[in-house]
Write a protein that binds this ligand. Structure first.
Ligand SMILES: *Cc1c(COP(=O)(O)O)cnc(C)c1O
Length: 248
């Protein structure tokens, strides 16, 4: 690094970050392509969401320029700032923002303002709060019911027996669109088992709500298992962006 030329040094580090993101994106895309091939899936039916939590808006801008269309965040406060920064750099509709984290009802209005999809609806009360928060939107807000496949609601998610009731609240709200299900595989479980169970819940939901086709499943460590069991949306963080500084 040349201390007399700090801007050149900064440009150099932007270049190396861009190279890192480019390589990571190519590796993730080839993992997705290979898993689709192995399971007879058309990659065009799979949406990869880059989960950019803890990483700066400049990374979102770089990924968008590399062709990433969908971005995920898990905290409203962090997301709100990035949405504004990315819009300033690339325009309002450069990427679609997915909200994938635990959502407090008092943040529903903010999230409904920028989200393309909310993956983490885990109660009837939250569904009602989002329904009123989304009332000002021109298009209904697509939402997923987050499912607790092991029945432990600690990581968020509705126990399987409760899923139909939460789905009914969403389906009955004019400002919301029931789009499907989401899950995070429990740490102690084989991901195959978790995603197989999620696929059953998704099939039950589709029997009542044929348009609820989204299955949001699969992260860095288990995207292959998720694709084997019908995932339509993958939420990929560390394989694209690197390891996060703190666990969350
Ligand atoms: C952080 C996060 C991800 C991405 O996790 P990685 O293992 O880094 O790919 C996916 N889903 C949710 C809900 C997350 O919070």
């Amino acid at each position: 690094m040349d201390p007399d030329h700090p801007s050149a040094a900064a440009a150099g580090s932007d270049d190396s970050r861009l190279a890192e993101l480019t390589g990571n994106l190519a590796r993730v895309r080839s993992r997705i392509a290979a898993a689709c091939q192995a399971h007879g899936r058309d990659p065009a039916t799979v949406t990869m969401i880059a989960v950019t939590k803890t990483f700066p808006a400049t990374d979102v801008v770089a990924l968008a320029r590399l062709g990433v269309t969908d971005v995920g965040e898990n905290r409203d406060q962090e997301a709100g700032g990035k949405v504004a920064e990315v819009a300033a750099a690339l325009g309002e509709s450069a990427v679609r923002w997915h909200f994938v984290g635990r959502l407090q009802r008092n943040k529903a209005r903010s999230v409904a303002g920028y989200a393309h999809m909310v993956h983490s609806v885990d109660s009837q009360r939250l569904a009602r709060a989002l329904a009123s928060a989304a009332a000002e939107r021109t298009q209904p807000l697509p939402v997923l019911v987050q499912v607790s496949v092991d029945g432990d609601p600690a990581r968020g998610g509705v126990v399987i027996d409760e899923v139909p009731r939460v789905a009914e609240v969403i389906a009955g709200a004019a400002s919301l669109q029931l789009a499907g299900v989401m899950a995070v595989a429990p740490l102690q479980w084989q991901p195959e088992r978790a995603y197989q169970r999620l696929a059953q819940v998704a099939a039950q939901m589709r029997a009542d709500h044929p348009d609820a086709r989204v299955i949001s499943a699969g992260m860095t460590g288990d995207l292959e298992a998720a694709l084997a069991h019908g995932a339509t949306h993958l939420r990929i963080g560390s394989a694209l962006l690197g390891n996060r500084a703190s666990l969350r």
